[in-house]
Design a protein around this ligand. Sequence first.
Ligand code: NDP
Ligand code: MG
Ligand code: MG
Length: 333
Amino acid sequence: MAELFYDDDADLSIIQGRKVAVLGYGSQGHAHALSLRDSGVDVRVGLHEGSKSKAKAEEQGLRVVTPAEAAAEADVIMILVPDPIQAQVYEESVKDNLKDGDALFFGHGLNIRFGFIKPPANVDVCMVAPKGPGHLVRRQYEEGRGVPCIVAVEQDASGKGLELALSYAKGIGGTRAGVIKTTFTEETETDLFGEQAVLCGGTAALVKAGFETLTEAGYQPEIAYFECLHELKLIVDLMYEGGLEKMRWSISETAEWGDYVTGPRIITDATKAEMKKVLTEIQDGTFANAWMAEYHNGLPKYNEYKKADSDHLLETTGRELRKLMSWVNDEEA
Ligand code: NDP
Ligand code: MG
Ligand code: MG
């Protein structure tokens, strides 16, 4: 059984005794900076020249300085800028401002796992990764709850890295919900695999293929949209609450029988073999290197894929249908 930590296992005074820099003020950055501040922690936000989020951070009462100034002032530096530019921010603003006993924190392990960032031996290297989007992390904190987090210590120069990471996790509400200990390697590889094979890539491809099968057979796109995309939420909510069992308890016996006999015809041994290949390419760095190359090449393929899906009948149909569904919120958080 995984090691779990709750409020009583974490000492908030550790992080309250440190100076924290949060670099970036996006989805995760704003949640960490505001909640740490509200937990009585000394926080400054590090943002680049011309940052779009600078005004918002200042409006919300935070002190904003450059990433280099933030790193120099602080002894705990949390890097929450987009993954593909973390190495550059580290080289330009963090590296030369690291002192003995500082701690370098991450919300995701990619740059450490694949060696894009190589910290010196005299600092702690820790991860506190909430298992939910930043806006939910902040909302839950404000409501007295929390989003579960995972923590990891890659390098324990102080010998107290775990206590520090747990204290940080408490400061953003994570230990209210439960914190699981992992490693940078496990977090990075499972996170990439989950989002590619199941959560985002696998699900999007499944929905699209189902929708196309119905519309190509002459069924109305609006009906296909409801069957293959809209209802997915109701099914996933049931799985979230009680696993496959609760989902199957709620659906009709006909649906349940179809589930057993058809599911394995859709996700076949060939699909699983491909999943294993995907996992290998994650583990050996093929995926991370290709993604960094695409990013630094100006995202040509990324933009092509994005445009093609945006113009897909599934999306044009959904955009119109959701206008008629007042209860579906299509605005960004
Ligand atoms: P976002 O894209 O939401 O935010 C990035 C922030 O970094 C923005 O405020 C951006 O400024 C700022 N930024 C960009 N360039 C620089 C720079 N050179 N110097 C300083 N700040 C800069 O990122 P996320 O919050 O999504 O991701 C941050 C980290 O958290 C990643 O490691 C990610 O993997 C991890 N994570 C994210 C989750 C999520 O919910 N999104 C979930 C769990 C982990 P501007 O406002 O100007 O664009
Ligand atoms: Mg991820
Ligand atoms: Mg049905």
